[in-house]
Design a protein around this ligand. Structure first.
Ligand code: ADE
Ligand code: ZN
Length: 343
């Protein structure tokens, strides 16, 4: 590694960061897929870990989702969910992530006959361990699969509400095109009535109109991805004025061909336009990098300054669901660190 890149990595690693767009099932590394397949006697269509990793060559969102749901099939008991979550938290901690807001897809598991309590207990135990062992805070966000019906989402919400103390928000993920936010207006309304916050994937592959729908109909606190907002300058201006956060996932966008090359990515432009953009890893086991890799990739491709990288870290706390005092604490740490660095 060049001295320049090592210096950049060290700088970004030292910046306290919140990760706000991470699918826990997307952190399941091929090695763990194989270990869990062996544990449960599941036959995989790949002979080796390398063969599985080599299959992670995607043409679009759907080609990724097909493999992502297949990989999750090895998750069977509470210890599996715990092991997957613990591995992610360890890895994120090593990257300087001090707070994580984590998506999980209960329908991927309940539709295979796994009890939702098994999923909650395994993940939650790992979150509590990380808080105790390295002071990492976290929140859990329950995502509905948008390729399934709203009725199925309502059943999932009802099954999850007995575990309400364990999650703070609901989200919307899976195949975006043809499944607009409006399809889920009623279930999101129910979630809000139960005191939950809301977020939604919008404007990843879907049009800018889906971003507007998510804001107007689902009353989201953040947009996940949202990069296609650039096609609607009025929307960009509104997002900047409202500081509506976008949880952007640069390596994901390139691996899923939203952009052909990182140099075409619009995150630097959106940052300059005053949007509250944040940097996240989405599905790091599938897209070739965790959060630090994402910061470094955009810094190099878009020639971002250290001050801009510090602003991205600041945005991650501004956009988080942490309480005001915790946000202030981390923002102050970032400012102190950034003040020491020549621009
Ligand atoms: N599920 C996991 N990752 C996703 C993504 N990037 N978009 C939509 N659904 C997902
Ligand atoms: Zn995502």
């Amino acid at each position: 590694m060049s001295d320049l890149r090592a210096d950049l990595r060290n700088y970004v690693r030292a910046l306290p960061k919140a990760e706000l767009h991470l699918h826990i099932e997307g952190s399941l590394e091929p090695e763990m897929v194989f270990a869990l397949a062996q544990k449960h006697g599941v036959k995989l269509p790949y002979a080796t870990v390398d063969a599985l990793r080599a299959a992670y060559d995607f043409s679009d969102l759907q080609s990724f989702l097909d493999l992502y749901y297949a990989g999750a099939n090895v998750l069977r008991d509470e210890d599996d969910f715990h092991a997957m979550t613990a591995a992610y938290l360890r890895r994120a901690h090593a990257d300087g992530v001090v707070h994580a807001e984590i998506f999980f897809d209960p329908q991927t598991h309940t539709d295979r006959g796994i009890d939702i309590g098994v999923v909650f207990r395994g993940i939650t135990r790992a979150l509590q361990d990380a808080e105790r062992e390295f002071g990492m805070s976290s929140r859990l966000i329950l995502c509905f699969l948008r390729h399934l019906s709203e009725e199925a989402a309502i059943k999932t919400l009802d099954a999850a509400l007995p575990y309400k103390e364990h999650f703070v928000a609901v989200g919307l993920d899976s195949s975006e095109k043809g499944h607009p936010p409006s399809k889920f207006a009623r279930v999101f309304e129910r979630a809000r009535a139960a005191g939950l916050l809301t977020v939604a994937h919008a404007g990843e592959e879907g049009p800018p109109a889906y971003i507007r729908e998510a804001i107007d109909l689902l009353k989201v606190s953040r947009i996940d991805h949202g990069v296609r907002c650039s096609e609607d300058p009025t929307l960009v201006a509104e997002l900047a004025a409202s500081r509506m956060p976008l949880t952007v996932c640069p390596l994901s966008n390139v691996r899923l061909k939203v952009y052909n090359d990182m140099r075409q990515h619009n995150i630097g432009q959106l940052l300059k336009q005053g949007l509250c953009v944040t940097v996240n890893s989405d599905d790091p086991a599938y897209f070739g990098g965790y959060v630090l890799d994402n910061y470094v990739a955009i810094a190099e491709a878009l020639d971002l300054s250290k001050a801009q990288l510090a602003q991205l870290a600041r945005n991650s706390f501004e956009a988080s669901f942490l309480d005001a005092a915790s946000k202030q604490k981390w923002l102050l740490r970032i400012d102190t660190l950034a003040a020491l660095i020549p621009r």
